[in-house]
Ligand binder design. Structure first.
Ligand code: AMP
Length: 279
């Protein structure tokens, strides 16, 4: 695997590949890689000639400085995982390679960035669009792969690509889960054994909702889901919403695609999960 830490060296290398007609697939990450990330890479390898993964803990998308500070950064084992998975290129820049001192700007992609996660993590998606815009500008991928795990993030990036006419095809990849149902996340390592057990209420509730889902009683099913989560010790609910899968507005009987999205805090660890109820 080729490893680059500077934009200049990476763009020169990619330019050669592009000239040779190679189709470039891109998987942006914050690192602390798990099977979920590697499943995105596998998709990229399936569709593209060359796959590039980025590992960059982007400071501008963290609204909580403590969260940024304690975000795991196991770069040596990440490199090993990528090598084993047959990744072609890793881009692993330092913060000052990606941002000039005091660089301050953001894109405004409209209301999507202010709903759900946006309410609880103000400014988060402005950091996400800022860094993904920069990464797309450097890598110029033909295709980019993102997880359904961060459902709203996908919609936000899709909106940015649409508004700026960026020439990249986005692919949403399914959520990978631990055998007991917990959605894989780099943050799961912060959970104690007990907290991890409590965290299972997320996938259990989402699966229960999917099994019982019926467009005619969305309000009562949402309410019952909230009750299930609130009944779990150590779990603090931030939101549980059943929404239109495109607009993220509340779903009703007329809504075509429907998704349930949830965010909680288990101890000090913030977890999100979701399930597609109607495709
Ligand atoms: P992150 O490093 O958390 O920013 O995640 C990088 C990419 O991996 C994002 O597109 C995530 O949606 C995706 N991802 C994270 N967790 C999972 C998972 N459990 N299954 C599939 N994709 C995931």
């Amino acid at each position: 695997m080729e490893i680059f830490t500077t934009k200049k060296n990476l763009t020169e290398y990619l330019e050669q590949l592009r000239k040779a007609g190679k189709k470039i697939g891109f998987v942006p990450t914050l690192g602390a890689l798990h099977q979920g990330h590697l499943s995105l890479l596998a998709q990229s390898q399936q569709y593209c000639d060359v796959s590039i993964c980025s590992i960059f803990v982007n400071p501008t998308q963290f609204n909580d400085p403590k969260d940024l500070e304690k975000y795991p950064r196991p770069i040596a084992s990440d490199i090993e995982k990528l090598e084993q998975a047959g990744c072609d290129i890793l881009f692993n820049p330092e913060v000052n390679e990606m941002y000039a001192a005091n660089e301050q700007w953001h894109l405004d992609i409209g209301e999507l960035e202010h709903l759900l996660e946006g309410k609880f993590r103000p400014g988060h998606y402005q950091g996400v669009t800022q860094v993904v815009f920069k990464l797309f500008d450097i890598v110029k991928p033909d295709m980019a792969f993102f997880g359904q795990k961060d459902y709203q993030q996908f919609l936000v990036i899709q909106k940015m690509v649409e508004l700026l006419h960026l020439p990249v095809k986005l692919v949403m990849c399914p959520i990978l889960r631990e055998p007991d149902g917990l959605a894989m996340s780099s943050r799961n390592i912060h959970l104690s054994v007990e907290e991890r057990r409590h965290a299972l209420v997320l996938s259990k509730t989402l699966n229960w909702l999917k099994q019982h889902f019926n467009k005619s009683n969305i309000a009562s099913l949402t309410n019952a889901s909230e009750v299930m989560i609130n009944a779990e010790p150590g779990v603090q609910l931030e939101y549980f919403e059943v929404v239109d899968g495109d607009s993220l507005h509340s779903a009703d009987q007329q809504t075509k695609s429907i998704v349930a999205l949830v965010a909680v805090k288990v101890g000090n660890t913030r977890l999100i999960d979701n399930i597609i109820l109607v495709d």
